[in-house]
Design a protein around this ligand. Structure first.
Ligand SMILES: *[C@@H]1O[C@H](CO)[C@@H](O)[C@H](O)[C@H]1NC(C)=O
Ligand SMILES: *[C@@H]1O[C@H](CO)[C@@H](O)[C@H](O)[C@H]1NC(C)=O
Ligand SMILES: *[C@@H]1O[C@H](CO)[C@@H](O)[C@H](O)[C@H]1NC(C)=O
Length: 874
């Protein structure tokens, strides 16, 4: 069919390149749209198909002034970014779909993502104590790597970036981001959704994008848009000029603080003003990466280069003509050097007052800025032996110093400053005490490369900062353990020991349980505090260290100048890095190249594999869609309270030795050492189903104390949640879940809906749902039902042990009121917000089927299948 917006196409390059030009709408509202909203508009125009994206949606976006924060609009990003943890289940589902359609005599090679998908293998990295991580990682993950390699060959539109190239967002920035995409003769703005919260980084390059859950990303892969509330946009006007001594990190933390105070949760931030041009692309991506810290959906820096002036003017006029409240002004001259901590990233401390601040944290009562250590105990010094030499620990002693990826390493100037500082420190004769756990986790091989070519890498190494790997490292708690003597000394003196790191997050105890104070600092300051060995230092007044010959060295003696840094950056970084990463990517690494993998169209599942299993969602693929079935005489599997998070529903951490998942893995002859985490086993539905509700923090009202247990009501026995569910399934009893407010809040995880589905849960009745989670339930054909306002399980005097019958009307419509009955009856609202929701539910979510109504014939092949919640053309 003709595209409904054909009349908006324009051409370039003698007609060889086409694009949709929204200016041809001749709509005055267009001129008042912020640039980030124009990206949404262009995508909606281009993807308008009358089904997922309708003409009304384009009107809503044009009507942004009135419709912001009201209308729901679709967004079809240009590409999807997966990392291995979340990529596995999506790819496993696709592989299983191939099996399923093949069974029905359809060519399985037609099953492919419709949206280009990049899968980056980086999260499986765990830091083994000063080991050659890459090799260890590769061996441990061979099965999954084989599967990924098969995916890269078997599927169209799938690009797999092998391990050892870098953290997902880094690779995204350096290698995958295009700014402008060219596809089938059309150019359009690059945009992306990813399964990693750092996806927002690319907004620094003018590429609109953010993180979504595993199920959403899978839906996007298969051609469906993300649905979002038309966002409010806050203009952030940058003025003033950057203070020469401030690093990019200072700027970033400064801007972050302003944004956090401005309260912009859920909004888009769009930067403009004369200060923007002083920020390098790296600075911008760093700011954009901090979005989760200030809760904005994105921080968008419109593409500039040649058109900088032009775009700046547009933003200026857009934000001038709207109300004053939606513009924040930030003066870059006000940014001085900060660290933040000791417990939260938002607690900024000027480096100049760090010593006093730490002292006051020791004094203050326990809180975000307090440890409450008595004056007497503040004097504690604990001697200990390390490698035959005696050292002393005190409050404020640094025991972890990590220069790591995430925020900072994407910024060459900051890493080079750290490297030059290390060089000058070594040349001045300074050392880092050997018991401090130092590490260097560059965001990518590119960073190592430019640190090496600029000659600073050996100096990092001499101070103990060895490259430990390229994945997400210290930030997610994968640090190597501290020396035992250090841990003992900390415990013995009840010391407030410190970690200093250049990541973008830190929480108490997250780095390492016994390290109570953690500070975020720029990479050069991480090096400086490591040398000092304490955070209780005033760099102005006290020497950083004393050399073997007794010479005092101050920080300002060895701090590199901006000119030095810029010179090195020009000489080494700019010219070679991008070329290098690209070449490595083309060549691949030897291990990856040597992994054997079949050329088959269907994946040869290995029955013995405990990592990759064909999930059972598609086993019932049929040519008919079963009509929506009422739920009769269901039991409540769980009776939950308020604020059940996705972490309760599908924990990601280690697999407890006494859990249902552990029993399964033991039955596969694995030892507990080989269990790995739930995160790593997301490709195995048997483990993940057993892991559903396996959180030790789960508060189930059927059971007195927290734990992954429930009551099997008919027998009165207390069982693991999985075992109870399995027994109900054997007995042919449907299941529901009762819950309180905010059911399903927290990070999106792919198994939060698939897990309950495989446990046999047909409906969740809660006081309220986190919206994203509600969508996931619908996507799996589980009914999200809300108590009427003011009602809940207690007000209805439910014991949870009733049997529940939920009657569905023949034709469901959005926001249907349903009746559930069993002796007493009450009304709940079915949270189907759109026709699309109803549609997915009617199709039983991922329980697939062919719908005659929506089955369109195609001349080449048989049909368009609707396998909800995602569909693909066959
Ligand atoms: C920014 O701050 C500096 C120093 O505080 C001041 O001199 C300058 O006038 C300010 N610039 C703007 C545009 O407000
Ligand atoms: C971010 O949003 C969450 C939930 O909406 C809220 O709990 C949290 O306090 C917000 N954080 C900030 C820094 O605004
Ligand atoms: C650094 O560069 C040298 C010389 O080009 C090379 O031999 C060495 O392997 C490099 N080291 C790293 C860690 O890249």
């Amino acid at each position: 069919a003709e595209h409904p917006y054909n009349h908006l196409t324009d051409t370039l390059d003698n007609g060889r390149i086409k694009f949709f030009n929204p200016q041809k709408l001749n709509d005055p509202r267009y001129d008042k749209l912020p640039l980030s909203i124009r990206v949404l508009l262009e995508a909606a125009i281009r993807k308008c198909d009358g089904l997922y994206t309708k003409k009304e949606d384009i009107q809503s976006i044009l009507d942004w002034q009135e419709q912001q924060n009201k209308a729901e609009v679709p967004f079809s990003p240009a590409r999807v970014l997966l990392q291995d943890f979340t990529g596995i289940p999506a790819m496993v589902d696709l592989a299983a779909m191939r099996d399923a359609v093949a069974k029905h005599g359809v060519d399985p090679s037609l099953v492919n993502p419709r949206c280009p998908t990049d899968l980056i293998v980086d999260h499986s990295l765990q830091i083994d104590y000063t080991l050659k991580n890459q090799e260890m990682e590769l061996i441990r993950n061979k099965e999954r790597l084989q599967f990924f390699k098969w995916c890269s060959k078997a599927f169209k539109n799938v690009n797999v970036v092998p391990p050892d190239f870098g953290a997902v967002h880094q690779v995204n920035l350096e290698y995958l981001s295009r700014v402008v995409q060219l596809n089938e003769g059309f150019i359009y703005p690059d945009s992306v959704v990813g399964t990693d919260s750092h996806t927002t980084m690319v907004n620094g390059l003018g590429i609109l994008g953010w993180g979504v859950g595993g199920i959403e990303s899978e839906a996007v892969m298969l051609g469906q848009p993300v649905s979002l509330t038309l966002p409010q946009v806050v203009g952030c006007k940058l003025v003033g000029s950057i203070n020469p001594l401030s690093t990019s990190i200072d700027i970033v933390l400064g801007i972050t603080k302003h944004l956090r105070q401005a309260g912009i949760a859920g909004k888009f931030v769009e930067f403009f003003g004369p200060g923007v041009s002083q920020l390098s692309a790296a600075d911008r991506t760093t700011i954009a990466n901090m979005c989760p810290e200030y809760n904005a959906t994105v921080s968008f820096f419109p593409v500039d280069q040649v058109t900088l002036k032009h775009f700046k003017t547009i933003s200026e006029s857009v934000f001038l003509c709207t109300t004053k409240q939606c513009v924040i002004e930030i003066n870059l001259s006000s940014m001085v050097s900060y660290v933040s901590g000791p417990k939260r990233p938002q607690d900024r401390v000027a480096v100049s007052s760090m010593k006093e601040d730490f002292q006051s944290c020791l004094d203050e009562k326990v809180g975000f800025k307090g440890f409450h250590i008595s004056k007497e105990k503040q004097e504690t010094r604990v001697p200990f032996l390390h490698c035959g030499q005696e050292y002393k620990l005190a409050h404020g002693s640094v025991v972890i110093a990590a220069v790591i990826s995430c925020t900072n390493n994407c910024n060459p100037s900051v890493m080079l400053t750290a490297g030059l500082l290390a060089k000058k420190a070594v040349e001045a004769g300074l050392v880092v005490k050997p018991y401090i756990r130092t590490s260097l986790a560059p965001g990518s091989g590119m960073v190592t490369h430019y640190l090496n070519t600029s000659g600073v890498l050996p100096y990092f190494s001499q101070l103990g900062f060895e490259v430990i790997g390229y994945g997400c490292a210290t930030c997610v708690g994968n640090t190597a353990p501290l020396p035992e003597a250090v841990v003992d000394a900390i415990k013995q003196g009840e010391l407030v020991a410190c970690g200093v790191l250049s990541g973008n997050r830190h929480f108490e105890g997250r780095l390492c349980e016994c390290v109570r104070a953690n500070y975020l600092a720029s990479p050069p300051l991480v090096v400086a505090y490591a040398i000092a060995g304490t955070v209780g230092i005033d760099f102005e007044k006290e020497p950083l260290g004393v050399t073997a010959v007794g010479k005092e060295v101050y920080l300002h003696d060895i701090w590199p100048s901006r000119e030095e840094i810029q010179q090195i950056e020009e000489d080494t970084v700019i010219s070679s890095v991008f070329k290098d990463l690209g070449e490595r990517m083309e060549k691949g690494n030897t291990f990856w190249n040597n992994i054997e993998c079949p050329d088959s169209v269907l994946f040869p599942w290995d029955q013995k594999s405990t990592y990759i299993r064909s999930p059972s969602f598609f086993s019932k693929l049929s040519k008919e869609v079963p009509p929506p079935q009422s739920i009769e005489n269901a039991h409540a599997l769980l009776f939950l309270g308020d604020k059940v998070t996705t972490d309760h529903i599908s924990p990601a951490g280690s697999i407890a030795r006494v859990s249902a998942a552990a029993k399964y893995l033991l039955s596969k002859r694995l030892t507990p050492r080989e269990f790995n985490s739930y995160g790593a086993r997301r490709g195995n539905d048997a483990v993940m189903t057993r892991g559903t509700f396996a959180s030790i923090k789960l508060q189930n009202r059927f059971i007195g104390k927290p734990g992954p247990k429930t009551l099997h009501i008919p027998s009165g026995q207390t069982l693991d949640v999985f075992e109870a569910a399995e027994r109900y399934q054997r007995e042919g009893i449907n299941l529901i879940i009762l819950a309180g407010k905010d059911y399903g809040s927290g990070n999106s995880r792919d198994w939060v809906a698939k897990g309950p589905y495989l446990l046999g849960v047909r409906a969740v009745i809660a006081e309220s749902f986190e919206k994203l989670h509600k969508n996931q339930l619908v996507g799996m054909g589980i009914m999200p039902l809300e108590f009427l306002p003011g009602q809940n399980a207690d007000s209805l005097e439910l014991s949870g042990k009733e049997r529940f019958t939920i009657t569905l009307p023949d034709s469901l419509s959005p926001r249907e009121q349903l009746t559930t009955s069993q002796g007493k009856s009450f009304v709940v609202t079915a949270l189907f917000d759109t026709e699309l929701d109803v549609n997915f539910f009617r199709h039983g979510g991922l329980q697939p089927g062919l719908t005659p109504a929506e089955c369109a014939l195609d001349s080449r092949t048989a049909a368009t299948f609707i396998i909800s919640p995602v569909y693909f053309h066959g």
